[in-house]
Design a protein around this ligand. Structure first.
Ligand SMILES: *Cc1c(COP(=O)(O)O)cnc(C)c1O
Length: 407
């Protein structure tokens, strides 16, 4: 408490200040505390002035927060980047990444004019590119990123500043050659943004293959427990990192300290969870492959997957933890019957949780496409996407066996 000798403070005032601003404890806490403080006070005006001048140290929560910074440092290390900036959601992170990638070198403001994106990119990302960037005048083109000849042609016609990809697509789990795409983006003078939400740094670290920015919806595997919403962008080089930081300070879509704490905790078990989830997914995919009521199983770890070889060399032995299946019955009623027959697996739209989740893309993520466009993209009405959790694989399989019997 401050000096009270000349004028004793009233209870009203004391209740506002008592107990606050104790010296930080001498022994170092092993876990990063949740710093909720919106602002910071300094022992002298000169010290505060120096902080503003250098742009270092904590002054105000939107500029930086110690709990958020701890999560950002951990993410930068996980992806092999120079720095990371955390956001309030995956979409805020994608928006920030596209803005930063679309900021010309030597300039501070974004000018997103030409974007080339994967045709089967996450639905909300298409929404962002169309309903936001394209509506403001950007030229946004889409291409099948698995077809490198088509990518070459699209680069020639679009001359993109920004290329946006995902290593494993949803729900068809197409795998793209990140190193080949990074080389193409680079020679075209474009920046490569990789949404690595489905893949995680445990399966692949795109910055090491030449990507410029890696984006995560931390809501998924990074948090991992289905109880946090957040996003993060990791930059390979200082210029884009500084641009992200400057934009974040201005646009303010920053992550909160409670979420940062939960995400930092999530990261500690990311490797354990993802390895278990990938191993479970491989077992589930193999089992499903033998079921007569299932006409098709899509999993990059199966030899039947069109990019199985690429996935094998590129992902170093892991194949992700998403498994997509198509029911032989072929209609929507069959997919609904499967969902309704599950006892352990949760019908839910998200992915990356410790729980195994099942979703029907035609009903949820790809609902807005309509039946014709879904058909064109190869997304059937009886397609079910599984995000495999950390339960015992035998229990996941037993649940699927029971539910398939009811289809
Ligand atoms: C969920 C998801 C997003 C969006 O993340 P939010 O945290 O929901 O904003 C972006 N990309 C992919 C691949 C996702 O799965």
């Amino acid at each position: 408490m401050a000096d009270e000798t000349t004028h004793p403070w009233s209870l009203t005032t004391r209740l506002v200040h008592e107990g606050e601003r104790a010296a930080t404890p001498g022994p170092l806490p092993t876990a990063t505390p949740i710093y909720t403080s919106a602002t910071y006070t300094y022992t002298s005006a000169a010290e505060l002035d120096a902080c503003f001048e250098r742009g270092e140290g904590y002054v105000y929560a939107r500029y930086g927060n110690p709990t958020v910074a701890a999560f950002e440092r951990a993410m930068a290390a996980a992806e092999g980047g120079v720095d990371a900036v955390a956001y309030g959601s995956g979409m805020a992170a994608l928006h920030a990444a596209i803005l930063a990638a679309g900021t010309p070198r030597g300039e501070t403001s974004p000018r997103v004019e030409r974007v080339l994106a994967a045709r089967d990119i996450y639905g909300a990302t298409t929404g962002l590119l169309q309903g936001f960037f394209a509506d403001q005048g950007a030229q946004v083109e889409y291409v099948d990123m698995c077809d490198l000849a088509a990518v070459d042609a699209a680069i020639l016609t679009t001359n993109p500043q920004v290329v946006v990809i995902e290593q494993i697509s949803n729900p068809l789990l197409k795998v793209v050659d990140v190193a080949a795409l990074a080389a193409r983006a680079k020679s075209a003078g474009a920046r490569l943004v990789v949404d690595s939400t489905m893949t995680t740094p445990i399966v692949q670290q795109p910055l090491r293959l030449g990507a410029d920015l890696v984006v995560h919806s931390a809501t998924k595997y990074i948090g991992g427990h289905g109880d946090v919403t957040g996003g993060v962008v990791v930059a390979r080089a200082p210029l884009l990192a500084a641009t992200l930081r400057r934009h974040a300070k201005l646009l303010g879509a920053v992550l909160g300290p409670h979420e940062a704490f939960a995400l930092l905790r999530g990261l500690k078990t990311l490797a354990l969870r993802v390895r278990q989830q990938c191993a479970n997914a491989a077992r589930v995919a193999e089992w499903l492959n033998d079921q007569p009521s299932v006409s098709r199983v899509i999993y990059p770890g199966l030899a039947s997957h069109p990019q199985h070889e690429l996935a094998t060399t590129q992902f170093g032995g892991l194949f992700g933890a998403m498994v997509t299946l198509e029911l032989r019955a072929g209609d929507r009623a069959a997919a609904w019957a499967l969902l309704d027959g599950l006892k352990l697996i949760l019908p839910a739209t998200s992915l990356g949780d410790i729980y195994t989740l099942a979703s029907v893309p035609a009903m949820s993520s790809h609902r807005d496409l309509g039946p014709d466009q879904r058909h064109e993209r190869g997304i059937g009405e009886a397609m079910v996407r599984l995000s495999i959790g950390i339960e015992d694989a035998a229990d996941i399989i037993a649940d699927l066996r029971g539910a398939l019997a009811a289809v």
